[in-house]
Design a protein around this ligand. Structure first.
Ligand SMILES: NC(=O)C1=CN([C@@H]2O[C@H](COP(=O)(O)OP(=O)(O)OC[C@H]3O[C@@H](n4cnc5c(N)ncnc54)[C@H](OP(=O)(O)O)[C@@H]3O)[C@@H](O)[C@H]2O)C=CC1
Ligand SMILES: N[C@@H](CC=O)C(=O)O
Ligand code: NA
Length: 428
């Protein structure tokens, strides 16, 4: 029986998992696809690096072109990361009729539409399940499971590293820097972890989910982004005191006026199932007009969960090859994109203010909210032993983003407010 030959770009965290699964589950995989699967060539940066798995040195190369242009290789599995060069490699592979499996959200968020269009033209598959929420089959779900529905909201914890950091800060009082180092050692973080902690990785994933869910071309620049680097242990403690967990949440919503997509640290009501998602776990909550509420949960990063999705994509490509139906599953967005303006985006807000502790302060503050027509859900004032003055915690009712920005700007010039210590979106 002829083996299906695979070219692997990258043998790091994910690539190692791919090799392990292909070796360990070979018999099961063969039963499903009808041929053995063989990894023919692997591109790495360093030939000298010590690896945690035994690989025949003869199949390693430092030149990705040796993999891309290898005449016997039918499928390229890209798990090395990078954007511009990687795009060139993958477009070339497609030009030569090779199918692609990739875990690269940076690439798919920026150039997904170009790559998928080329794939359709070449009747090739490009599958990228591992690019969003590592081990959760969410891309398949949006493309196939919800093909019959109209999705109006996708809300997700889609970055494992930041959820791991927030969980450890919240439950163990650990420091941000220490937990980030731990997440890097565990293979969860990106090679540049700034993209995790500043929300860019999650924004890329939300652009991909928004495109698939809303069938429109959501671009990275359409996603408003704020990361977790400004979240303090104190903020997390206040959130818990009020009955919320702090989560880096991606939220994509669709209404008649248009769509909005954002990523930001969010206080999520503890009764919402997404608030219970901890550690490196991810969850994606999807609301469809017909199906109602659904939620998908699993490991969002790490060697084996991510490799599970990569190899499942590999199986899908091979099955399509056997049936001669490659290149048919790509979602090419067909709906016109309409983005909501800031005064059409509504959510609840939390504000923590450090203020003068004297008569009339609260009145001045509530006056500003009234001026911009923001109504309040709760206001709690506490004396602060560590700092002069008092602290006021405010939770608003639903308010539009533009009005809240005006409130905050006004507060910056209000004399009785010494400092706006923090502000967060509130969900649930
Ligand atoms: N880690 C995770 O949990 C997840 C990662 N992803 C995505 O998967 C991809 C891979 O991530 P991960 O495995 O963590 O990354 P790693 O940094 O662990 O591995 C990258 C691999 O690619 C090789 N490589 C990098 N640049 C080149 C190059 N120019 N030429 C040849 N080889 C190269 C490296 O070689 P060498 O080994 O010699 O250094 C290494 O083997 C990324 O796109 C990432 O965003 C997606 C979901 C989860
Ligand atoms: N760095 C990413 C890896 C998976 O996409 C994360 O932490 O989620
Ligand atoms: Na996934």
């Amino acid at each position: 029986m002829n083996a299906i030959k695979i070219g692997l770009l990258g043998l790091g965290t994910v690539g190692t998992g791919v090799v392990r699964i292909v070796e360990k589950h070979q018999e099961d995989l063969m039963s499903q696809v009808g041929s053995p699967i063989r990894i023919e060539k692997i591109a790495v940066k360093s030939l000298e690096k010590e690896r945690s798995i035994a690989v025949d040195p003869a199949i390693l190369t430092q030149d990705p072109w040796e993999v891309i242009r290898h005449p016997d290789i039918d499928i390229i599995v890209e798990v090395m990361g990078g954007v511009e060069d990687t795009k060139t490699y993958l477009l070339d592979a497609l030009e030569h009729g090779k199918h692609i499996v990739t875990a690269n959200k940076d690439l798919m968020a920026l150039y997904g539409s170009e790559i998928l269009a080329k794939a359709v033209e070449q009747q090739c598959d490009v599958f990228y399940e591992a690019s969003v929420a590592g081990g959760i089959p969410i891309i398949r779900t949006l493309i196939e499971g919800f093909s019959s529905d109209r999705i109006t909201k996708i809300m997700g914890i889609v970055n494992g590293t930041t959820n791991y950091i927030l969980t450890k800060m919240s439950r163990e009082g650990a420091s941000y820097e220490d937990v980030l180092k731990e997440a890097q050692q565990l293979g969860y973080a990106e090679s540049d972890p700034t993209s995790d902690v500043e929300g860019l990785d999650a924004a890329r994933k939300m652009a991909i989910l928004g495109t698939l869910g809303f069938r429109t071309n959501v671009e990275l620049r359409d996603v408003s982004v704020r990361g977790i680097s400004s979240v303090s242990k104190e903020d997390i403690a206040y959130a818990r005191q009020l009955g919320y967990e702090m989560k880096l949440l991606g939220i994509a919503e669709r209404h008649d006026e248009g769509i909005s997509i954002s990523v930001q640290p969010t206080m999520v009501r503890t009764s919402h199932p997404i608030a219970a998602v901890s550690g490196v776990f991810n969850a994606v909550y999807v609301y469809g007009e017909a199906v109602g509420e659904t939620m998908f949960y699993g490991a969002g990063a790490g060697e084996m969960p991510t490799a599970t999705s990569v190899v499942a994509d590999l199986v899908a490509v091979i099955k399509n090859m056997k049936l001669g139906v490659n290149g048919l599953r790509a979602i090419v967005p067909y709906k016109e994109k309409k983005l909501k303006a800031d005064d059409q985006v509504f959510y609840k807000n939390f504000l923590l203010l450090q203020v003068d502790d004297k008569a009339g302060v609260l009145a001045q503050i509530t006056q500003v909210f009234a001026e911009y027509e923001v109504s309040l859900d709760s206001v709690i004032q506490t004396p602060n032993a560590q700092q002069p003055g008092a602290e006021i915690m405010i939770v608003t009712h639903l308010a539009n983003k533009a009005s809240m920005e005006k409130v905050i700007k006004h507060f910056e010039s209000l004399e009785v407010i010494r400092r706006i210590k923090s502000s967060y979106r509130v969900e649930g």
